[in-house]
Design a protein around this ligand. Sequence first.
Ligand SMILES: NC(=O)C1=CN([C@@H]2O[C@H](COP(=O)(O)OP(=O)(O)OC[C@H]3O[C@@H](n4cnc5c(N)ncnc54)[C@H](O)[C@@H]3O)[C@@H](O)[C@H]2O)C=CC1
Ligand SMILES: O=C(O)[C@@H]1CCC=N1
Length: 269
Amino acid sequence: MAQQSIGFIGAGNMATSLAGGMVAKGIRPARIWMSDPSRDRLEEVSQLHRVHVSTENRDVAGRVDVLVLAVKPQMMQAVCEDLRDLIADRQPLVISIAAGVTVANLRSWLGETPIVRCMPNTPSLVQAGATGLYAAEGVSDEQKAMAKEILGSVGLTFWFAEEKELDAVTAVSGSGPAYFFLLMESLIEAAKAQGLDPATARQMVLQTAWGAAQLAIASEAGPDVLRQQVTSPGGTTAAALNVFEEAGFREQVQAAVAAARERSEELAG
Ligand SMILES: NC(=O)C1=CN([C@@H]2O[C@H](COP(=O)(O)OP(=O)(O)OC[C@H]3O[C@@H](n4cnc5c(N)ncnc54)[C@H](O)[C@@H]3O)[C@@H](O)[C@H]2O)C=CC1
Ligand SMILES: O=C(O)[C@@H]1CCC=N1
């Protein structure tokens, strides 16, 4: 990414993890700027990652080559409109990570500038994220590489040719951590119901989830084969899986993801 400077508008959880990931990957903190109205938040971030901080968004937007918009979706319009004149002058690469905010929204608030829209997920906080990216017209290959480097510092990145594909991405990997957390919660409850003490139940369930994900990532075999390998004919796993299948588990997952996708489309307007 040569020597470009990168600014974050909003220094919340996602922005801080991205900045931390970039510093961990060797990008000099002196090239990173962050703005946020919360002085406490900025103090924390500058202590942690040694990046430049400011309470003024315009101070950051007026000096960087790449601007990452990392405020909540409902703040985005006001934040963008306040930066419009600076963007017109400087034409930075704008990267938005806000859920449901479209390129058309961003263009109408910011004016013409290269835009990459992303959908990261919260495992980015531990450098295990999965991010979908979409580059609007007018983004150069070099700018795409910059976006990939920034989001790639906290996990895997996947480009999509159509913006509307980000609705499916939101429903799968954006919201997806919550589906796995629900399964973990349910399994912890079930473990306690079977008499395991709460602390042991929690640790065993989380280690099992982590181990299953690690095994699936490391294996050539797909999750279907790995599932069969755990399942002895007539054994305990088969007894449990029968209950899931009979309750329509797969159909429920299909319906849940379809509902998330529909909601993502509605939010994008
Ligand atoms: N949490 C998630 O699962 C995902 C979140 N996102 C997106 O990431 C974005 C950020 O989310 P989080 O980091 O979780 O939120 P957060 O609440 O941790 O961070 C938002 C930050 O923006 C700051 N802020 C508020 N008003 C501001 C203003 N006018 N100017 C500058 N900063 C301002 C807040 O003080 C806060 O530090 C959101 O747009 C969200 O849609 C995207 C994918 C997944
Ligand atoms: O629940 C939401 O709407 C956002 C999008 C992906 C994760 N959180």
